[in-house]
Write a protein that binds this ligand. Structure first.
Ligand code: GLC
Ligand code: CA
Length: 548
């Protein structure tokens, strides 16, 4: 990490009027959001039922993780039909109704597109398996001859992100197929023009139905280095940032330029947001050049420790890189792939990104983690650009850190014999009503993953109307952010003490104390604070405030 920039630094967010430049976007993981029919799995009708809640939270858009037909080997990121809803989640009719209801409330809808791989149950893969080696249909995927005397060795040394080999052998053949994730998720061959044409059709299918955008899954993986050269490095660094011949290849950008054109065929400001675990920020910015995608998740921000210098560095570099290409930056703290930040901030190394937490590992300090997460919310929502909220974050939900192995479903847990604990702990169903079975998640009280006991006190109904609650903190923050147009604003750093950040955005000054000691609160009227300010002029430890 380079030295902190010493001079006051002014960064301007791009000034275009498109809604996504400043939007607060709420991520819904459908199977864990709200269950309307009592099978223990969240569904689209459940999402519809919570639209009034989302509207009163003050968000601008929702992003739905996949709800397509899928064997659910990776929570739906294994798609068997891109143009239909899995019966588990409802029907296309349910989707259309939900979309209309969301739009009636002024909420945009972004859906997840999974173009790097299909499910092995997809008809393209089934046909490929039936086709002779070297044949046209195999060309939809990456089939290669195995090495060794009788093809018994994989074509190269690539490893799966979820652990184990990135190649699986077809029974009775010398051919293998590539899967950067689970063996049930064969990678598509984006050199094949038919694959490109199919996906343009899929984009149009959903754009015609009225969706406002797509979150593009592993956007940095679609094109592989020609010849699939050996790579003995790790496929994924512990940080989550990916290096190697399967990531961030120049060829991906041509795909996004063509998708940008497809979106322009439709009225309204439709958008694409990239999930690309690349570094540095200047590489990420290439995905959001003005003829490609519109946003990219800022994972440097998610990965940053609870530390003033580290966060300031990330903020400066991300604003600067995005400004170079005229894109807004994004601010993301949690999603369905990472330990919830409330829990990460409560670790002895605050902000460390473990690959899941179970009962045998260090247990986060729940109160301290939540205290810091509330302060981090004041930072995030004061920054210019677009901000993401992962479902339950507004309730201050912690990770389920003691989930029993018997309940785990993440393929990475099984592919590594439990070395990677996996992502189930951040995917536990949302508590809506305390005291009810499954805290009101399901009408029948079932829940596909059990909730920890603590969820009852985090339930939305308990927090509703309590001015000290995290839910009400988020509501106020989003309202103020909107009223003061902070998402379209600009950031100016002001001098601050060690371990403290102070900046201005429009008429608001924002102060965040990252230390475990109190610090001086700047003069002014406190609009909102992450903890009560009991002593005038004193900002408590691990706390933040907005002032005018
Ligand atoms: C992305 C998704 C993750 C999924 C993987 C494979 O990283 O966010 O949940 O497992 O892609 O599709
Ligand atoms: Ca259900």
């Amino acid at each position: 990490m380079s030295a902190q920039i010493k001079h006051p630094f002014v960064a301007e967010c791009s000034t275009g009027a498109e809604w996504w430049r400043s939007a607060v976007i709420y991520q819904i993981y459908p199977r864990s959001f709200a269950d309307s029919n009592g099978d223990g799995i969240g569904d689209i009708v459940g999402i519809s039922s919570k639209l009034p809640y989302l509207s009163s939270l003050g968000i601008d858009a929702i992003w739905l993780s996949p709800f397509y037909r899928s064997p659910q080997m990776d929570g739906g990121y294994d798609v068997a039909d891109y143009c239909d809803v899995d019966p588990l989640f409802g029907t296309l009719g349910d989707f259309d109704r939900m979309l209309e209801q969301a739009h009636d409330k002024g909420i945009k809808v972004i859906i997840d597109l999974v173009p790097n791989h299909t499910s092995s149950a997809h008809k393209w893969f089934r046909s490929a398996l039936k086709a002779p080696a070297g044949g046209g249909e195999r060309n939809f995927y990456h089939f290669r001859e195995g090495k060794g005397e009788s093809g018994e060795l994989p074509p190269n040394e690539w490893k799966s992100i979820f652990g184990g080999n990135a190649w699986s052998r077809i029974p009775g053949e010398t051919q293998w197929y590539l899967h950067l994730f689970d063996s049930s998720q064969p990678d598509l061959n984006w050199e094949n023009p038919e694959v490109r044409a199919e996906f343009e059709g899929i984009l149009r299918f959903w754009l015609k139905r009225g969706v406002d955008g797509f979150r593009v899954d592993v956007a940095h993986a679609l094109v592989k280095e020609p010849g699939l050269p050996d790579w003995d490095g790790k496929i994924s660094e512990d940080s989550g940032i990916n290096f190697g011949p399967m990531w961030d290849q120049e060829g991906v950008h041509e795909i996004y330029r063509s998708w940008n054109k497809v979106l322009k065929e439709f009225p309204g400001d439709r958008m694409l947001v990239a999930e690309a675990w690349v570094q540095p920020q200047s590489r990420l910015a290439r995905y959001v050049r003005n003829d490609e995608m519109h946003q990219a998740f800022n994972f440097d921000y998610l990965l940053a420790r609870w530390d003033a210098t580290a966060l300031r560095y990330v903020i400066d570099t991300s604003l600067a890189a995005a400004a170079e290409v005229g894109a807004p930056t994004t601010w993301v703290m949690s999603n369905h792939d990472t330990v919830r930040h409330t829990s990460r901030y409560g670790l002895s190394e605050p902000g460390l990104r473990p690959n899941g937490i179970d009962a045998s590992r260090e247990q986060p300090d729940e109160a301290l983690g939540l205290r810091r997460a509330r302060a981090a919310a004041l930072l995030t929502h004061a920054l210019p650009g677009s901000a993401y909220i992962y479902q339950g974050e507004e309730l201050g939900l912690p990770e389920h850190t003691t989930l029993d192995a018997a309940h785990r479903q993440d393929p990475s847990f099984f592919r590594t014999d439990g070395v990677l604990i996996g992502r189930d702990g951040c995917r536990v169903p949302i508590p809506w009503v305390s005291g009810e079975a499954s805290c009101g998640f399901s009408v029948a009280g079932d829940s596909w993953l059990p909730q920890p006991d603590s969820f009852s006190r985090y339930s939305a109904d308990v927090q509703q109307g309590d001015p000290q609650s995290t839910l009400e903190l988020y509501r106020q923050l989003l309202k103020l952010r909107h009223d003061y147009a902070l998402g379209n604003g600009r950031l100016t750093w002001l001098p601050s003490a060690q371990g403290v950040l102070l900046f201005e955005n429009g008429p608001i000054r924002i102060v965040i104390n990252f230390t475990d000691l109190t610090t001086a609160l700047p003069d002014g009227h406190v609009l909102i604070s992450s903890v009560p300010i009991d002593q005038p002029g004193v900002l408590p430890a691990n706390a933040a405030a907005w002032l005018t």
